[in-house]
Ligand binder design. Sequence first.
Ligand code: MLT
Ligand code: ZN
Length: 460
Amino acid sequence: MTDPRLAELIRLIPALKLSVEAGDLEHHGRDWTRRWTPAPLAVAWPASIDEVQGVVRWASAHGVGIVPSGGRTGLSGGAVAAQGELVLSLDRMNRVLGFDPIDRTLTVEPGIALEAVQNAAREHALLYPVNFAARGSCQIGGNIATNAGGIRVIRYGNTRQWVAGLKVVTGTGELLDLNRGLVKNASGYDLRHLVIGSEGTLGIVVEATLTLTSPPPPSQVMLLAVPAMDALMKVFAEARHRLALEAFEFFTERALHHVLAHGAQRPFAEDHPFYVVTEFDAGDEKAEAEALDFFEFCLGEGWVTDGVIASSEAQAASLWRLREGITESLAPHKPYKNDVSVRISAVPAFMEEMHALLSAEYPAFDVVWFGHIGDGNLHINVLKPAELDNGVFVEQCEHVTSLLVETLARHGGSISAEHGIGLVKKPWLGSVRSEAEIALMRGIKAVWDPNGIMNPGKLL
Ligand code: MLT
Ligand code: ZN
């Protein structure tokens, strides 16, 4: 450690695991965006709240930025360290600390993977319902910092809904114990909810108490082929009316093309413009008959042209793979990602307008639409045509984002639905938050993090 600041850090916290190895800096300095060159000062792996506080106090004294690091599966550059920051990895703080059967809460350290939380809940015959494809790698601290959503929001809401208590180390190294698992607590500003979704800019989550719920009844998974854009939300409205929905996701023929090329199984002999994967409660014969009625009704209306209901867990998993495998199948193409939301009622008009704009201006782009359409959340990924220069592609993608921003503004939507602002969407924050709101956000940040060391440059 030739840097005197790091030598001092080791002197202050002798047990702290710290690395300046090139491989560690490279690995921990980036997230899934792959757009910035990692250049952290070092990576630290604290093993306790005390050590986190010590690192933050040291960073605050030296004006060193801290990038909190979980599974780094984020898609908005929120965990990128490209400016000599210290990466503070929560990997070693990954234990389940306790389960309370009366409260039905699980208390965990922040570095535990989402899937491990789900499994721990299952051991007590309960459910932690937030779920998405990165469950095996992402960590609960990152889920909380970004208020992660995913494929079950339609029934269970975002991460925010499941956080009953939080311990947080602020930018001054102070430890806050927020809400302490209380169900009711009408004692002023709920600072817990300020931290959730703050993208590591206010403090570091060092412990979380999560609410669990009863597992749902047995469910069925259905894949539908949808012939036209304007039919998608008609199918959704009908499904929501007739079925107890747990998920309602969509993807296009282009998305299917990429997952099939990545090894997934073709669901229908023919290609179709759109697909919906839906999961719903189907514990008895009545529910199963209702599902069939729903399908036949949609078929009769011409809103769907084919469909399949999974008849085994393996088939359900392979239908879900068609949707959950999309991100991975696109990753080698380094897509330019957009994650937008509009009110559910505005989805058809927004999609039609955006599709028309993109087809007119960029007919050569491979535009892949998919996402949580039942939440009004659409992922629009743009893939670079092979012959196009990368610099030109990035410029054109920024223009695509401007088109999106204008269209979203007409519909009162948001430039980030669930991926966060991070670095990627920062230039457009002003399109969704007013000047007064941003000024308040800056004020809040200044109080929590007076030296501006917490995830500097992200979000604001
Ligand atoms: C998803 O819904 O699959 C995730 O948000 C990831 C992505 O948008 O690529
Ligand atoms: Zn998503």
